[in-house]
Design a protein around this ligand. Sequence first.
Ligand SMILES: Cc1cc2nc3c(=O)[nH]c(=O)nc-3n(C[C@H](O)[C@H](O)[C@H](O)COP(=O)(O)O)c2cc1C
Length: 172
Amino acid sequence: MKILVAYFSQTGNTEKIAKAILEEASLSHEAAMRKIEEVDPGGLSDYDIVFLGGPIHGGGLAAPLKGLLDQLPASPSYVLAAFITHAAEAYRRENFEKGISYIENIARDRGIRYGGCFDCTGKLDPALWSMVQKMQKLSDKEWEELMARVGPHPDAEDEKNARAFVRKVLAP
Ligand SMILES: Cc1cc2nc3c(=O)[nH]c(=O)nc-3n(C[C@H](O)[C@H](O)[C@H](O)COP(=O)(O)O)c2cc1C
């Protein structure tokens, strides 16, 4: 089977998961990886399975990921599977749930076979800390504890879970 892993990653978290997905898929199949900006939505029909990923930005899917999903042609031959990283512990759980629903709705409305979505936490860009801390009304101590929990992700366990997701999608 031919597999493509396409992703958008601003700060490297989703890229780490994309690499784990590529490595796992490459064990048994011909697999390639591309940044979303390099992907032609019409050209995806060259593949049997497309893993498409990106982060949550501002309460929904990051614009480059949403942009590609919006352009996917109807009834393609490939199976679409998604992967998302987010900092829902610092924001809101609804944000990534909304993102996942967006992907599910696109798949349903366009008749795209859907293999599900993997998600995990990704550390938050320090440039956003003070804004998000204020938004969540957290004390310095609470924020420090939260960032200590979120900071190590995606970790080895997240990568292991992403690999297990790939095996599930690829299972006959
Ligand atoms: C501009 C911006 C907005 C973000 N908004 C959200 C959000 O609304 N909800 C959330 O859970 N995480 C949010 N995050 C956190 C990212 O989703 C998380 O850090 C993700 O792992 C980043 O992935 P990347 O390193 O592949 O870019 C935001 C990050 C950035 C940079």
